[in-house]
Design a protein around this ligand. Structure first.
Ligand code: HAM
Length: 424
């Protein structure tokens, strides 16, 4: 019996994980500069939270949730996205007291039962920001700016922002009517799913991945013609602010996000190199969700992006030229007498340096080869001859330069050379 990771999931192995760590480090640093503090919420929540938050008629809730009953018969669901859980925590801990804007960030795995393909997984990682507490369009513009800036900071060229408005409960009923009037006569040309969407929430038809449906929808009226004055002014303000901030963007009237909570601004950042799954991140304003989930009426805006896709896009652009980082030092020892020396040198240096060594008593040649393979900056050779003379040889793996150091003083000398302290 051979076990495999479940379909749509992947192991992130040590040879690749450093790329993810770099993405997370840049995310943490950039989000910190924008004033976002980290929050960690549970991997699973009550199913009802997602059904209410994301919307009953969305594909996520209808088809993609990993839901299960616990031993007490409660229905729980692995989080398909981060916003609903973060808003639940915001309300539960009364984080908005003092009427401040609460800015939160996360970097965490999400779960959706989707058809796996390149860039689409059943377990995937998202980075995300949520700014809860203000209707100000500056927040929307800042979040779009962050999304562009973050990708640029990682060295990803060619990411482009596309924005649209989702309107609000004042203007969407008229838009839904208009869609029904325009699309109704051609309803039998749509797929079965879209026919259900037409009845329940015609705007969800824009989520359809079917080519025929897409073709017909390309002729459907844009939401922008149905916006109420408030939504129109807000959308104009976001565009003006993006201009002031020199953020490049285009208006994409056909953009519809796959979650029901959006009001006003919606946006996505796309990358041409990613093929069909080209959305690096997506987000927008959700002014009614906090109230929907039991809090006081509180406007909010956020974004999240797929880390799996981002790493793939960075790989495609050759943005990881450096290769996996290796240890600072690899200690090569030959002969049993050298073993305790190797152990004590490694122990003394590990307070400040990354030190690796051979544990299998292999030949000097095999150990040197291994040191090269793991990308060690330096090698310290404690051979039989050297030990007899009370020295070890320190070799710079990049230049090939070698020098002898007194074995008893090796930790201090190596540390001085490599930048550590040699103290435990
Ligand atoms: P979303 O558009 O559903 O929005 O997902 C955001 C991003 O997660 C996508 O643009 C994509 O990069 C990535 N993603 C989604 N599904 C998958 C998948 N199956 N495999 C790999 N990557 C995927 C949200 O989740 C909202 N919570 C965003 C938001 C935050 N809105 C306001 N605040």
């Amino acid at each position: 019996m051979k076990y495999k990771a479940p379909r749509g999931t992947r192991d992130l192995l040590p040879d690749d994980i450093w790329k993810w760590q770099r993405v997370e480090a840049v995310f943490r640093e950039t989000a910190g500069r924008f004033g976002y503090r980290e929050i960690r919420v549970p991997v699973f929540e009550e199913t009802e939270l997602f059904a209410r938050g994301i919307g009953d008629s969305t594909d996520i809730v209808r088809k993609e949730m990993y839901s299960f009953q616990d031993k007490k018969g409660r229905s729980l669901t692995l989080r398909p996205e981060g916003t609903a859980g973060v808003v639940r925590a915001y309300v539960e801990h009364n984080m908005g007291r003092g009427a401040r804007v609460t800015k939160l960030r996360y970097f965490a795995p999400m779960f959706r039962y989707e058809r796996p393909q390149a860039g689409r997984y059943r377990e995937f990682w998202q980075w995300g920001l949520e700014a809860i507490g203000s209707p100000n369009p500056t927040i929307d513009a800042e979040i779009i700016h962050f999304s562009v800036k973050f990708h640029e900071s990682l060295g990803l060229a060619g990411a482009e922002a596309r924005i649209n408005s989702a309107g609000c409960p004042n203007c969407t009923p008229a838009y839904n009517e208009l869609l029904k009037k325009e699309l109704g006569p051609r309803l039998d040309e749509f797929c079965a799913d879209c026919q259900v969407r037409f009845e329940r929430n015609p705007r969800r038809m824009f989520d359809c991945k079917n080519e025929t449906c897409h073709g017909i929808l390309a002729t459907a009226p844009s939401i922008l013609g149905s916006l109420c004055d408030e939504c129109r002014e807000h959308f104009d303000a976001v565009q003006r602010l993006l201009g002031e901030m020199s953020v490049r963007f285009s208006v994409d009237e056909s953009q519809a996000r796959g979650l029901d909570y959006y009001t006003k601004t919606i946006f996505e950042i796309h990358h041409a190199g990613l093929g069909a799954q080209s959305a690096l991140c997506g987000g927008g304003r959700y002014d009614n969700l906090v109230e929907e989930l039991g809090g006081a009426p509180t406007p909010a805006c956020g974004v999240s992006g797929g880390v799996d896709r981002l790493v793939a896009a960075l790989e495609g652009e050759g943005a990881f030229p450096e290769g996996a980082p290796g240890p600072d030092l690899y200690v090569v020892s030959v002969g049993e007498a050298a073993e305790p020396k190797k152990a004590s040198i490694a122990a003394a240096l590990r307070g400040t340096l990354a030190v690796d060594a051979d544990y299998q008593g292999r030949s000097m040649k095999a150990q040197m080869k291994e040191a090269g393979k793991v990308g060690a900056r330096y090698v310290l050779i404690v051979g039989e001859d050297e030990l007899a003379r009370g020295v070890a040889v320190l070799r710079n793996m990049e230049t090939g330069d070698q020098e002898e150091v007194a074995i008893d003083d090796a930790p201090a000398q190596v540390a001085a050379k490599l930048g550590g302290t040699g103290e435990r």
